[in-house]
Design a protein around this ligand. Structure first.
Ligand code: SF4
Length: 388
């Protein structure tokens, strides 16, 4: 079966040519070509990222989607546990972090949380755990996630994302064993594999995610090919992502991400692309993410380079940043990174027990309601009718 691999030298060479072209002032000419409908190759897209003479506003305007007001999709995260056996240096959930209050939800709590989110109108949910060594705990966590997936589909969630680490083909198959299939063997329900590479740069990956083979996430290539194994197991929807800020060379990440998205689309996947920025986490040295401007440029250029990919932004970002990005993104995900945090009207935001800091802690209804009031259409959201 086809597997995605990264040719780091080729990407670095392409990045270097893009930098030279940007420095030589070719940005404006490339921009004009896109403006008149000519396609650009990925190197041209990276040149636009680096071109000082092409203003971010112009890129955002060019990437702007119709209609206006926007047609978006939504889902909320539901952390089943904040335990993890991996050691990602930037993450509050890493195994060695003694400052994090550890929590794992039981089956009843997860059922209750799904019911609450459903009552609050959500029809999309991302189930999140850590990543575990092979053995009893891993099996227990995957069972918990599988059961949550089946419950979510049963009670009416239309889109479920699985952010549960890299799985083997057999584990993917077990996870999906009770999900209905089409005659061709692909899933008949919308279930998405969500495994962010965080960085496509192997040295950076080793530095932040780790290189010790005992660490269940240290295998760069195994992580990279999780979507391929999921596709082999019948999945048709993939959610890669880059944690902006791990690698200061954003152009390298953009080139690798574009290659990954195209590969996943060629394999028949709907692709959701996440662009989280590095955020503060308990017990973790806080290194800055990229600037607002860099985030805007990457989002706009993804929209231009791979228009069929669905760009996801979360409420890690402030309302102001969400607003700026709204015309070019496809998915806005409100919610809390705490374990089983939801109440009927709000959520618990406790950094001591959360993976990272979220900057917009407003209730889901307020965040999405504001957009609905402006005429936006939001898939996977059916707000409760207000009692007279
Ligand atoms: S990023 Fe994911 S795999 Fe790494 S420590 Fe955090 S939860 Fe675990």
């Amino acid at each position: 079966m086809e597997r995605f691999t990264i040719d780091s030298d080729a990407i670095a060479a392409s990045r270097s040519r893009a930098a030279s072209a940007a420095e030589a002032g070719r940005g404006a000419e490339l921009f004009s070509r896109v403006e008149v409908g000519d396609g650009l190759d990925d190197e041209g897209i990276a040149t636009l990222l680096l071109a000082d003479d092409v203003a971010t506003e112009r890129l955002l305007a060019l990437a702007r989607r119709t209609p206006d007001p926007p047609h978006l999709e939504t889902f909320s995260p539901l952390y089943l546990s904040n335990e993890c056996d991996a050691e990602c240096a930037m993450c509050g959930m890493r195994r060695g972090n003694r400052h994090l209050v550890r929590e794992t939800a039981d089956e009843k709590t997860i059922d209750d949380q799904l019911a609450i989110l459903h009552r609050r109108g959500l029809r999309g949910v991302a189930l999140v755990t850590g990543e575990y060594h092979f053995g009893t705990k891993r099996r227990a966590m995957l069972d918990l996630a599988r059961r949550a997936l089946e419950t979510a589909l049963e009670i009416g969630f239309r889109h479920v994302l699985l952010n549960v680490g890299s799985l083997d083909v057999g584990e993917h198959e077990e996870m999906l064993e009770n999900v209905p299939r089409r005659p061709d063997g692909r899933l008949a329900r919308h279930v998405t594999t969500s495994t962010f590479q965080e960085t496509y740069h192997e040295d950076r990956y080793r530095r932040f995610i780790g290189a010790n083979p005992v660490n269940p996430r240290s295998d760069f290539e195994r992580r990279l090919q999780n979507f391929d194994r999921a596709t082999d197991a019948g999945m048709t929807s993939a959610n890669p992502g880059v944690l902006l800020g791990l690698n200061p060379d954003v152009a390298f990440e953009l080139l690798a991400l574009l290659a990954h998205v195209r590969h996943l689309q060629r394999r028949g996947n709907v692709v959701y692309v996440s662009l989280p920025r590095l955020r503060k986490a308990t017990g973790t040295e806080h290194r800055g993410g990229v600037s607002d401007d860099a985030l805007y440029r990457v989002a706009a250029l993804l929209g231009i380079g791979v228009p069929d990919a669905r760009i996801v932004i979360s409420t890690r970002e402030t309302p102001e940043v969400q607003r700026r990005l709204l015309p070019v993104i496809h998915v806005l995900t409100p919610g809390s990174p705490g374990v089983a945090p939801y109440t009927e009207t709000g959520a618990r935001f406790d950094l001591r027990a959360s993976q990272f800091k979220v900057l917009d802690e407003r209730p889901i209804e307020e965040i999405l309601g504001e957009l609905l009031a402006e005429g936006a259409r939001i898939e996977c959201y059916e707000p409760r009718a207000v009692e007279p």
